[in-house]
Design a protein around this ligand. Structure first.
Ligand code: BTN
Length: 260
């Protein structure tokens, strides 16, 4: 079960998930991956849009088929693959998962996952947007406080804008050059390798690893229907919440927010 071949790359397309769904409907094999430098109609969860400056994010969709019972934990497994890939691409960082399947680095969203499954046709498209080298000021204003990237080009000590007075070579700090951001092609290969593992991992392993990376556990959260303290996920992947009234509720879908 290998992801990454065949691999179709677009310079610009509406949505890699749309292209992958078309390929799935046309009978493309398991493992087919679609990537793009730029999406003009990238889609996120809950009907939201997903945008990224051209060439600065991994925009990736992979076809899993046949989709079977044993893939029930896929929504939890995919963000684990993204965490592992991100930590390999930028050694030293630590990623967490924010229910249901966002990937966080230092409390900010690094990557999002949109899985579109057609169980009746036996396939699922796994869509992943992973921010690679987007500077803070390149995010839309409403995301600047909450989004992050694997590498921040504006944080480089070699950025001319950050040089000391005089701006010349002498003012550069004597440190090794920063690790360059990976290309989308490199990132897609690393991600495919981790997806190979996590898409086939058994549910117990997935749940154990997910619980170790849970960003919300023990924290005050709110959602459309109420608020409480996040208390992990159950074996179905539902988010458990202890409410102020002492109830323990399980959320199966939707969005939750940290109460700051
Ligand atoms: C989210 O809302 O967090 C999920 C975002 C998923 C975005 C990715 S980018 C590649 C793929 N193509 C899409 O149109 N969406 C997914």
């Amino acid at each position: 079960m290998r992801f990454g071949a065949p691999h179709r790359h677009y310079r610009r397309t509406e949505s890699t998930n749309d292209r992958a769904r078309e390929l799935a409907a046309a009978g493309a094999p398991h493992g087919t991956v679609v990537t793009a430098d730029e999406q003009t109609a990238g889609r996120g969860r809950q009907g939201r849009t997903w945008t990224a400056p051209p060439g600065k994010a991994l925009l990736y969709s992979a076809l899993l088929r046949p989709l079977e019972e044993r893939h029930a934990a896929l929504p939890l497994a995919v963000p684990l693959a993204v965490c592992a890939a991100a930590e390999e691409l930028h050694p030293g960082i630590e990623c967490k998962v924010k229910w249901p399947n966002d990937v966080w680095r230092e409390e900010r969203k690094l990557a999002g996952v949109l899985i579109e499954a057609r169980p009746q046709d036996g396939w699922a498209v796994i869509g992943i947007g992973l921010n690679l080298s987007i500077a803070t000021e390149e995010f839309p204003p409403e995301l600047r406080e909450t989004a992050t990237s694997l590498f921040d080009p504006s944080a480089s000590p070699f950025d001319p804008g950050r040089r000391g007075r005089g701006g010349g070579r002498r003012s550069l700090p004597a440190v090794a050059p920063p690790t360059p951001a990976p290309t989308a092609l490199t990132a897609s290969k690393v991600l495919s390798r981790h997806l190979d593992h996590w898409a086939e991992a058994d549910q117990t392993t997935v749940l154990g690893s997910w619980r170790n990376r849970d960003a919300l556990r023990g924290r005050e959260i709110s959602w459309d229907g109420g608020s409480g303290v996040a208390d992990g996920v159950d074996d179905r992947g539902f988010l458990l919440v202890l409410t102020p009234g002492g109830d323990r509720v399980a959320l199966g879908a939707g969005e939750v927010h940290l109460r700051l």
